[in-house]
Design a protein around this ligand. Structure first.
Ligand code: G6Q
Length: 545
């Protein structure tokens, strides 16, 4: 396998970069009236304006050439065929099967996975219906009012983010708290607000070995049993979502109350699986299936559209242009929607856990920058915080502005204001403000004061952004949006020659604390470095106070 740096397109891109790196987007817009129209794509309710990027048709042509030379076409086919492209874990990466609403067979080890996918989806639907209709009763025959998801990482962020995003579709009786952190204050806050007779716990863990989740689930069960005082009542208040039947049974949850998924579903790609159960309970089966259909629409777009009009491919390539040529440290995700406030955290995991790798698939070092640093916050709040650095700092940091065009909440003129802010910021990032413009704005000041202040009010501009417009926050459109990012990340991982589907860093984290936790309480000799020994000693001392 050739390294990226050896590909002809890579070398041509460097030449192109050297020739164009100082070009300003202002000029690109001024000299090309058709730019915005040409750099605009639509799929269903999703529109992407990618014209405010430091690209030209030549840049895109070279980047697409790079994608082909790096083997993207073959890799896409391998993914869709269910081949074990997650080589380090010897697994397929088949989240696309979970939303394969055509039901065309998808084979893993020669077996069609669609019957089991459909079976679990059907069971989830029955369960969601029972809880929503009030047929599912607690141990004192009361209807359920709170569904608490206990899970972390991929078993938390997807359903949590989506329950917020689709709040207007939520069942009016049901509240959906999420507990992820092992810091007991989160669980305590939730348990203070719910009642054991009307609360259902969903214990969500792919492996069912994650300490945070199992510890929180045990505490929740103790809390429940303190009130119910009857172990047989647990079955009416605890269900599990997992791939590990044995561990679920050992934990004490009846496997009849377990919703299964499979090792070919990565944690951060699992919101489409039974991990999405709380979401389905909140919005109902019909809307959950719409969510899957939206993702499917994006899958079809991704797998069948030529690169020049393929949204995930183009966004991935533009990201590589900044990451590897402009050496941008990362990008900002800015949803202009309070309901999408957890989207940055969701994408942070999706992207950084997938492409935060230094080792290539072939075992060698990739020797170039891979996954970008992803950060973000809901707009407009972040305009009053970190946007300053994007406007006037020294770094190139592209942004994705995600802007719903309509809102379910008709509150005054707020939504118009939100949209106006999003468009204005993207324009300002692109245009900037020249010294002459800054001086003109200060025309009232005496000459000396103007000379002193004007440079401070210069905005370099040329800061790239994609405007991702969503007709409305519907399950279908959000399914498309998430699938778009999944595929974008997959394309980038493929070009960098890494495996976006493993997560050895996360696994490492799961074992690290196990060694230190017992040492915190015991008076035993420590064998760490002097800093770690000191930290442990200090903790011990604090417990004596
Ligand atoms: C996701 C990661 C990680 C995982 C959590 C929870 O892709 O693997 O975030 O989801 O560590 O793992 P369990 O679901 O196994 O508890």
């Amino acid at each position: 396998m050739k390294h990226l740096q050896e590909l002809p397109a890579w070398r041509e891109l460097w030449q192109h970069f050297d020739a164009t790196k100082s070009d300003h987007m202002r000029e690109l817009f001024a000299t090309d009236p058709g730019r915005a129209e040409r750099y605009w794509l639509e799929v269903g309710g999703l529109k992407v304006d990618y014209s405010k990027n430091r690209i030209t048709d030549e840049t895109l042509a070279l980047l697409m050439k790079l994608a082909r030379e790096a083997g993207l076409p073959e890799r896409m086919k391998q993914m869709f065929r269910g081949e074990k492209i997650n080589t380090t874990e010897n697994r397929a990466a088949l989240h696309v099967a979970l939303r394969n609403r055509t039901n065309a067979p998808i084979l893993v080890d020669g077996e069609d996975v669609m019957p089991q996918v459909n079976h679990v989806l059907h069971r989830m639907g029955e369960f969601a219906h029972e809880v929503r209709s009030g047929d599912w009763l607690g141990y004192t025959n009361q209807v359920i009012t709170d569904v608490v998801n206990i899970g972390i990482g991929g078993s938390d962020l997807g359903p949590l983010m989506m329950c917020n995003a689709l709040k207007p579709f939520g069942h009016p009786r049901l509240k959906m708290p999420f507990v992820s952190n092992i810091d007991g204050s989160q669980l305590r806050d939730v348990l203070e607000k719910v009642h054991p007779e009307t609360t259902l716990f969903v214990v969500a863990s792919k492996t069912f070995t994650t300490q945070e989740t199992l510890t929180n689930a045990l505490t929740a069960r103790e809390w429940f049993l303190k009130h119910a005082d009857d172990k047989s009542a647990v079955a009416k208040h605890f269900v599990a979502v997992s791939t590990n039947k044995k561990a679920v049974a050992e934990f004490g949850i009846d496997t009849a109350n377990m919703f299964e998924f499979w090792d070919w579903v990565g944690g951060r790609y699992s919101v489409w699986s039974a991990i999405g159960l709380p979401l389905m309970v909140a919005i109902g089966e019909k809307h959950f299936r719409e969510f899957l259909r939206g993702a499917r629409a994006m899958d079809e777009h991704f797998f069948t559209t030529p690169y020049r009009r393929n949204i995930p491919v183009l966004l991935a390539l533009i990201g590589i242009w900044y990451n590897n040529f402009y050496q941008a440290p990362g990008y900002a995700v800015v949803p202009y929607s309070h309901n999408l406030r957890r989207l940055p955290a969701y994408l942070q995991q999706l992207d950084m856990e997938s492409n935060g790798k230094h080792c290539g698939i072939d075992g060698g070092s990739v020797a170039l920058d891979t996954g970008p640093i992803v950060f973000g916050e809901e707009g407009v709040n972040c305009q009053h915080a970190f946007f300053q650095l994007l406007h006037q700092g020294t770094r190139l940091i592209p942004s994705d502005f995600i802007v719903p065009m309509r809102t379910a909440y008709k509150v005054g003129r707020q939504h118009r204001f939100v949209v106006a802010n999003a468009f204005a910021q993207a324009e300002a990032f692109m245009r900037g403000k020249t010294l002459a413009e800054a001086r003109a704005e200060l025309a009232d000041l005496p000459e000396a004061a103007r000379d002193a202040l004007a440079p401070q009010k210069v905005f370099p501009g040329n800061q790239p952004s994609n405007s991702i417009l969503i007709d409305e926050l519907t399950p279908f459109n959000l399914g498309m949006l998430l699938a778009m990012y999944e595929h974008k990340i997959f394309v980038q991982g493929t070009i960098w020659g890494i495996n976006p589907f493993d997560q050895w860093g996360v696994e490492y984290g799961k074992v690290l604390a196990k060694a230190i936790e017992p040492e915190l309480n015991r008076d035993q000799t420590l064998h760490h470095d002097s800093s770690t020994n000191g930290l442990i000693d200090f903790y011990r001392a604090c417990q004596q106070r």
